[in-house]
Design a protein around this ligand. Structure first.
Ligand SMILES: Nc1ncnc2c1ncn2[C@@H]1O[C@H](COP(=O)(O)OP(=O)(O)OP(=O)(O)O)[C@@H](O)[C@H]1O
Length: 764
């Protein structure tokens, strides 16, 4: 132990241990008015004068009330807990900040305006103080032109200095305190042994501005030869700045809704809009099978484990990580189930300090962007730096050190077409090593790329085994909206309650529409439609009651350019018309009364392109467990009604484009030329009569969709799939007359209910 240390220690012992620490950054010493217990408002007394200046009577006119930000008021304990410390980062409304920024602070020896360094250097000194200053007091210079990074907040500085000082041994901490007391006696007039770490940092930040406090800390650490901690403090500051810049970029991209809705470019904060999603701990649970007419048992899946609800805030939480060390989660959901929205929410919550506080940096890496690196030699670091140039300041160490957790979010794995050859792809554990995109992706799926990395992979339902055997991972499923959230969505989407009520009423007008609202994309399409017609026709406007209309909108959205992921072309002129292939499959399955097909069955239907099927957004492939030890990959449509819709579309387009009436017995096909001139009503009549034969209502919804194709509005939407034919006209009125006649005949009393629904579909 050197001389100065011993001398300082002796000097200290001679002092009394009364403390004059007032309330400060940590919130210590702040008293709460008892009567305010319940009203969420804190009384923050003025900082009592902690130093020795003139005897000014306490002026209570400065007392103020501020809204409670954290409850209870921040104590040292609550602040030092991981949660609250990070909560404070950049928290504009925090009481601490309010108090610290108060310009008229009662503590008259220093200003607490952290933005003005000059003022923060102690302003008032009396002769005695000057005399006690020791010669090795560093000169604290401030360059007024120096750029103060906005990331340097009181909260960050407090947290960083505390974190660094906590690394000191007891002796060194004491030495640090003594040096503060010796070098800055005008600020640290309290015997240092009475100051614990929080009081010490409180006092430092009360007396000096943020840069100066950091500078003092570094200087003193240097003088006790704690260079490692100086570097660590510098790293913390640098990471804080990078994180700030990154958050700014992410907030711009993910913090607002950038929807293709009819909001005419209006951007709204995500929080105003985001509706809770139904996320479960079990994946591959098959499609939602709730149905208006049929009672469908859940398809036999592998869900023997109990299903747990999860929030976007819990995807690889700190606790889970600590308990299980699971660093990889595969989150699947059908097209339009809200995966991209969940990612946005996850990112925004992290930026705002509401979740994943254990994560230092979050990097969303959409496959749409990653695919651009295909064919080039690249490292993960280069990818991150290309997509987020603000990270160039980080050093390799920042990605690998123990203090940093990096979360990589991969969106849209289904858009990645390269094979995953886990056996023959070399192991990559260094983010700086140049390699191929495929090697990076494969190693990401091994959860090996970064030493302290956390990996979230979002994808449409899994179609190929994409996690290597033996890799510890979570499988999570996103299932869209549950019932209460369906209404909630519209209430958020339409701030005008009358408009929201009207849209909700519409979704309740048909059980099928209501069920389909489990798909957020479907809700957004309904909302877009209403938004348009409210604008054009006012509040009394109504959407057609046709379910075919909304399903056609959904079809168009799913196969629209934005969502088509390498599926075959859809146009009617194309020989391999994918829609017709899928429609035929749907029709055959409907006839057989089956909802899922195994691989051999679906390949027999000219559907050998498994990826195209899955990527169409209309189907999903999932895994069932038909026997105890076996798994089977099966295909189904994203909802039984989607199967019924596509089957009806297939029947309609076969007639419309090829003159084929699929309800006619095959024998008649031989005489095709003879029957070619059939009228559209022939088709609808045979469909109505066929559906009436099924007492279980197997073809009820199918029939509604088929009759929906008689309406002009739907014909217009379906135009892209139809061959040009000037003669084709709507036969909605004839179809309605036919249904009325069947109702009157009353030959199938059980089916009357559905016939009435058909009339509704036809707008009668
Ligand atoms: N939680 C939500 N709150 C509000 N709207 C949502 C939510 N989730 C999804 N939506 C709406 O549904 C639309 C489709 O959702 P999203 O793009 O997230 O689906 P996805 O699962 O990523 O689809 P894909 O697999 O096709 O990429 C969004 O554009 C948005 O309008």
């Amino acid at each position: 132990m050197d001389h100065s240390y011993m001398a300082a220690m002796e000097e200290m012992d001679s002092l009394s241990d009364s403390s004059s620490i007032g309330e400060a950054v940590s919130g210590r010493g702040r008293r709460r008015r008892e009567s305010d217990e319940d009203d969420g408002i804190f009384y923050i007394p003025e900082r009592r004068r902690s130093l020795h200046l003139d005897q000014t009577p306490m002026d209570t006119s400065h007392w103020q009330y501020v809204e409670q930000a954290f409850s209870p008021a921040l104590s040292y304990r609550s602040m030092t807990s991981e949660e609250n410390l990070s909560n404070m980062d950049g928290e504009e409304g925090s009481p601490t900040r309010l108090q610290l920024r108060r310009a008229d602070s009662y503590s008259s020896c220093y200003s607490l305006d952290s933005d003005d360094c000059e003022k923060i250097i102690p302003k008032v000194k009396n002769k005695d103080e000057t005399a006690t200053e020791v010669s090795d007091t560093p000169v604290l210079k401030h360059n007024p032109n120096e750029f103060k990074h906005p990331a340097l907040t009181v909260e960050f500085t407090f947290k960083a200095i505390c974190e660094i000082l906590r690394e000191l041994s007891e002796d060194h901490l004491l030495f640090f305190k003594v040096m503060l007391w010796k070098r800055y006696p005008q600020s640290f007039n309290t015997p240092p042994q009475s100051l614990d770490l929080v009081d010490l940092v409180d006092r430092l930040l009360e007396c000096y501005n943020l840069e100066v406090s950091l500078q003092i800390t570094k200087t003193l650490l240097e003088s006790i030869k704690e260079r490692r901690l100086v570097k660590l403090l510098q790293s913390l500051c640098l990471r804080n700045e990078v994180r700030y810049e990154l958050c700014k970029t992410l907030k711009k991209t993910y913090g607002e809704i950038d929807d293709d809705s009819a909001t005419q470019g209006e951007r709204r904060p995500l929080d105003d809009f985001f509706t809770k999603l139904d996320i479960t701990s079990i994946a591959n649970n098959g499609p939602n099978v709730e149905h208006e007419v049929r009672t469908i048992d859940r398809l036999d899946t592998n869900s023997s484990k109990p299903v747990k609800q999860i929030s976007t805030k819990d995807l690889i939480s700190a606790e889970r990580l600590e308990k299980t060390n699971v660093k990889l989660a595969l989150i699947t959901g059908v097209a339009g189930s809200g995966k991209s929205m969940a990612i946005k929410k996850l990112i925004l919550d992290w930026i705002e300090g509401r979740s994943h506080k254990h994560v230092t940096f979050m990097f969303p890496l959409p496959f749409r962007e990653l695919n651009k690196f295909k064919g080039s030699e690249v490292s993960l670091l280069q990818i991150i730096q290309t997509l987020y140039p603000e990270t160039k300041k980080l050093r390799d160490y920042d990605y690998t050190c123990n203090e940093c957790r990096v979360m990589l979010i991969f969106d849209g794995l289904e858009e990645y077409k390269e094979p995953f050859n886990f056996q023959h792809t070399s192991l990559l554990t260094d983010h700086t090593v140049i390699s191929t995109l495929n090697t990076i992706v494969v190693n990401m799926l091994r959860a090996r790329l970064l030493y302290r990395g956390i990996y979230l992979v979002f994808s449409r339902p899994r179609i190929r085994s994409c996690i290597p055997y033996g890799t510890l991972h979570d499988e999570i499923e996103l299932r869209g909206f549950s019932d209460p959230e369906k209404d909630e969505y519209f209430k958020k989407r339409f701030p005008n309650p009358d408009q929201a009520a009207r849209v909700i009423e519409y979704t309740h007008s048909s059980k099928t529409l209501r069920i389909m609202c489990h798909l957020p994309l479907f809700c957004s399409l309904v909302a877009d439609e209403y938004q348009c017609i409210f604008k054009e026709q006012g509040l009394q406007a109504q959407l057609p009651r046709s379910i075919t209309y909304m399903y056609t909108k959904l079809l168009l959205a799913l196969i629209g350019q934005r969502r088509t992921l390498g599926a075959s072309p859809w146009g009617p002129d194309n020989g391999g018309d994918f829609l017709m292939v899928l429609g035929k499959l749907a029709y055959n399955m409907l006839e057989k009364g089956t909802l899922k097909l195994n691989r051999y069955e679906w390949e027999a239907h000219e559907l050998d392109n498994e990826e195209a099927v899955n990527n169409s957004g209309l189907c999903m492939v999932f895994v069932t467990k038909p026997h105890l030890f076996s798994h089977e990959k099966v295909l189904s449509f994203i909802h039984p009604t989607m199967q019924e819709y596509l089957a009806a579309l297939y029947v309609f387009l076969s007639f419309r484009n090829q003159g084929k009436n699929l309800f006619e017995p095959p024998l008649k096909e031989k005489f095709k030329g003879y029957f070619k001139g059939q009228k559209p009503m022939e088709l609808y009549k045979s469909a109505v009569d066929k559906s009436l034969q099924y007492d279980d209502g197997k073809l009820d919804i199918f029939l509604r969709f088929l009759l929906g194709t008689t309406l002009k509005a739907n014909l217009d939407l379906l135009q892209p799939f139809c061959t040009p034919s000037p003669k084709w006209q709507s036969v909605a009125e004839d179809a309605a007359a036919l249904i009325k006649k069947r109702i009157k005949d009353n030959q199938h009393p059980n089916r009357i209910g559905n016939l009435k629904c058909c009339l509704e579909e036809l707008g009668v």
